[in-house]
Design a protein around this ligand. Sequence first.
Ligand code: ZN
Length: 660
Amino acid sequence: MKKSLILALAAFALLGCQKKEQQFSYNVEKFYDLEILRFRVPGFEELTLQQKMMLYYLNEAALYGQDIVYDQNCRYNLRIRRALEQVYLNYPNRDEEQFRLLELYLKRVWFANGIHHHYSEDKFLPEFTREWFTAALEVTNTPLSEEILEVIFNPEVMPKRMTQEDGVDLVVNSAGNYYGEGVTQTEAEAWYEAHKDNSDEPLWIGLNSQLVKEDGVIKERVYKVGGLYSAALEKIVENLENAMQYAENDQQRLVLDRLIAFNKTGDLATFNEYCIAWVKDLESRVDFVNGFTETYSDPLGITGTWESLTNFKDIEGTKRAQTISANAQWFEDNSTTDPKYKKEEVKGVSAKVITASLLAGDCYPATPIGINLPNANWIRREYGSKSVTIDNLSHAYDEAAKGNGFAEEFVIDDETRERANKYGVLCNDLHTDLHECVGHGSGKMMPGVTKDALREHASTIEEARADLFGLYYLADKKLVELGLLPNEDAYKAGYYQQMMNGLMTQLVRIEPGKNIEEAHMRNRQLIAGWVYEHAANKEVELIQRDGKTYLQINDYEGLRRLYGELLKEIQRITSEGDYTAAKQMVETYAVKVDPTLHQEILARYKQLNLAPYKGFVNPVYTLVRDAKGTVTDVAIDYSEGYAEQHLRYSRDYSVLPDIN
Ligand code: ZN
């Protein structure tokens, strides 16, 4: 339910094209397994000065938190980053190969907010030598202890940011800094157990603290002004206070007020008040996340990692989602499912589409493309949650993928590629909206049946149900009537994309010899595989050309009928809780991979030389003043480079001490 970590891999699903937008380059640079992109902030210029000022100060509050996540990831990270930056800025012989290797290592450290890979969590080792580095430290007057050199160079020391290995002490064996030296998993768990809040509106004990051992006793060091990370939190508070002057309404003022109070006191009841105020603020154009949020990086899943995302509502995108939502009953009544499984009264879910303006902390440089907060279940139950999709980031992935050779390699012909180029992004957006706003909410269960009836196959079947609902309607004239698609041909881009991805290209994410495990991937293969098997009139086929496999769609309307047939059956399975049929369906179509085709796809993909992980540089925002010094505007600039940006952040926003 939490943040949907659809990360950069989502870009695989998207088709490329030959033509690129002029003037603006989405691609910044590529190294190792990483690619740096930039994103546009469409609509920023049209915001009011008040809204721009609000964002400006929220951005400042975001950037002052970057150091926190470095320190949370590992207690040596800040010292290592600072030493590397000092050498990088001052080393005289910049053409040396060893210096180039230092630059690469530093770029990886910036990307991961530390010395462990952001995704695999394994420590990555520098390729420059320890001897060269020791000399370079001396030449540049950079002090660094032997202890820290061991942390950098010795593969045995702190090898994992977070271990998930069975049977080992998860706290002791993780390099993350959520627990002080000497604290064991048993001690930490005992402390949490003893302090747990079992009330109806519980405090999230441990969300904002580090547990340490002092004289053999476990104690909590709270993240707050005057506590742990005080220097950064003071600047965050100062800028949230500045932002508050530009609040759009009382509700938003309350959100900021509660967050400021929480940062000052660390009081968790105040944090609950903040979350409730935040979830209720649906009117404001500008919105943000700022604080200790997701708990994936704490090996015990309690403490929040600091992150920030500033954003504003995408009016057009939100309208699109609302139009679909408003027609939920029509979609329900006209689907292919058996009338007895239809809901008499269906309500669409209104999802908000946002434009990100700045990313920080754990959302930077690698970022999610959707967010669903807050995380406390009781608040979600009683007050709801905000589910947002970040359109400008997914569009940046799409645009950056153009011309990378992916479509040229895998799409069958120019006509299909051109259609994908024109309508691929729109189809993708619409399909997501249909899936989220009406797909999941459609259909009803027979008396006494719950979705758990499908047990381990429940999520694959549920995702397939929502996807099929979206696919079936993507080709409906209704979308053209509603003004969501420009013509009755555009949907074909979405159909080709789904089939190609489900039958072939998503396999690039699976290692040779492995089965498909993840529910969304299973669902995509289930749909494409079932349709392929049932295409009795060759509606779709896989053809061979020059020893390569291509998807060919001969009859798009026929394909729609097949999607409709499968939707009918998947809804029956769900409504009846037919576990046997679900198991049969998943095992036949969703799990197994054809090893020959898999090998071919992997080889073709490898030769394209694409980076599997992507992250961003932020735009730069500056205040524009008139002759009297009065602020008249906030300017946005996209030209900053990757190293330039990280060095600037370290220079202007790095306020935490080396050791916290
Ligand atoms: Zn879903």
